[in-house]
Design a protein around this ligand. Sequence first.
Ligand code: AP5
Ligand code: ZN
Length: 213
Amino acid sequence: MSAPCRGPPGSGKGTQSPIIKDEHCLCHLATGDMLRAAVSAKTPLGIKAKEAMDKGELVSDDLVVGIIDEAMKKPSCKKGFILDGYPRTVAQAEKLDEMLERQGVKIDKVLDFAIDDAVLEERISGRWIHPASGRSYHTKFAPPRVPGVDDVTGEPLIQRKDDTAAVLKSRLESFHRQTQPVINYYSKKGIVATLHAEKPLSDVTDEVRKVLS
Ligand code: AP5
Ligand code: ZN
């Protein structure tokens, strides 16, 4: 099974992907999580990516294609994978197709998290994450058992630097201009499943399960 998840900031990609990953034994590759880890470790990749991420712009295709190529070599990705937030440009989608064709792998489904922009500010402003695992919580919709603390590790949760109203605006602009065309690219291949991502979290999970069953 191989499934890219595509949707605007706060639409639920990072919340649903780990559930699918566990239920289908897939590897979960989230470019946003990988880039944030590189920024916080101040690696050469992180230093190059930081400026675009802080502004809510997309990191250059070259950098992101490189990390996905590398990550997909993991043995755990051979059984199947879920890509969270990748590909985000048509150029990334074309590169992914070329790589998968070389490996004889086909994409089963593209999950399109459809949601109105107006809902996203509340989602983003209440989000808390566990940086090491990428687990997301929400003060109102998905609170941790103890406020500010990760349920699994007991470690502190943090808010993302790009989760401000101003940076969200720029992330949404990038999404509509650069990522929306990716859906047309995959629609032509007949593999897009559109989800009602504004529904409550467990309803979205049920929809995802149905699409992948
Ligand atoms: P990335 O980390 O991917 O951020 P994003 O696309 O802006 O998406 P988010 O992580 O904000 O949203 P999500 O859909 O995962 O929401 P979540 O499930 O957490 O990328 C960050 C940056 O990295 C980009 O801006 C770019 O600079 C760079 N980048 C990454 N990939 C790139 C690429 N391929 N190319 C170039 N640059 C790239 O949910 C949000 C909140 O809502 C949570 O608190 C959650 O608990 C809650 N929630 C989730 N679902 C529901 C629901 N159904 N009902 C109520 N609450 C819900
Ligand atoms: Zn995410």
